[in-house]
Design a protein around this ligand. Structure first.
Ligand SMILES: O=C[C@H](O)[C@H](O)[C@H](O)COP(=O)(O)O
Length: 228
């Protein structure tokens, strides 16, 4: 296991301690969350913890079910107590970029319907300014080439996400366009602009959403609490 994976595992294990019996838990997506779901599966098996998971991707749903963690869709629960998810970048104001794994649409839907949100990251994700990580957009395939041109005209350096020579498809069968912005000076203004662009289903800016961040550091997990 790489050192970065060790830090991801550390925060994954630390996070599941916050999960209480008989609660509904949003399960994020990504390599860090994978460790968290493993640790949650262990608690379910060893302690008989009784929870319902609301997965934010097909990947996470499969992993959870294979570990014996029962899951429901977001519209099958009446509330979500806590969602634990990863992030690609987090700034000092607890604003984040997500969607490096293409799951940010479902993740945002689950996040805004959760009482509390926790992000788990290794220390490399913490930054002074968002933007060195490309900002993902989930876009409707219809008209996406025209949308791409509009993003180019704005100077946003768009790039369709491609894997094995094909456009990456999300769990909602949409495309992903990554914006190589390098630095995002005003995340709120950019979010507003992208929210208003026809064809953009959702962008990866997660603003004013997270309550607690667990950062995996050499010295151990550091718990940061947002003032919201
Ligand atoms: O779409 C993917 C999610 O937003 C992930 O939470 C994010 O990309 C972080 O993933 P990882 O833990 O693999 O770095």
């Amino acid at each position: 296991m790489t050192h970065q994976d060790e830090l991801k595992q550390l925060v994954g294990k630390a996070a599941v301690k916050y999960i209480q019996d008989h609660t509904v838990v949003g399960l994020g997506t990504g390599s860090t969350v994978k460790f968290m779901v493993d640790a949650l599966g262990q608690r379910v098996k060893e302690e008989g913890l009784s929870i319902v998971g609301v997965p934010t991707s097909e990947r996470t749903r499969k992993q959870a079910n294979n570990l014996g963690i029962p899951t429901k869709g977001v519209d099958e629960v009446d509330h979500i107590d806590l969602t634990i998810d990863g992030a690609d970048q987090i700034d000092q104001n607890f604003q984040g970029i997500k969607g490096g794994g293409g799951a940010h649409l479902w993740e945002k839907i689950v996040a805004i319907n959760s009482d509390k949100n926790m992000w788990i990251v290794d220390e490399s994700k913490m930054t002074n300014q968002l933007g060195s990580f490309p900002l993902p957009l989930e876009v409707i395939p219809y008209g996406s080439v025209q949308l791409f041109k509009r993003l180019q005209e704005k100077g946003y350096n768009p790039e369709f996400r491609i894997s094995d020579g094909k456009k990456v498809k999300t769990d909602s069968n949409n495309d992903i366009i990554d914006l190589h912005l390098h630095q995002i000076k005003d995340p709120q203004a950019l979010a507003l602009e992208l929210d208003q662009m026809t064809g953009v289903v959702e962008h990866g800016l997660f603003l004013d959403i997270v309550n607690t961040v667990i950062v995996g550091r050499e010295s151990g997990p550091e718990i940061l609490t947002a003032n919201r």
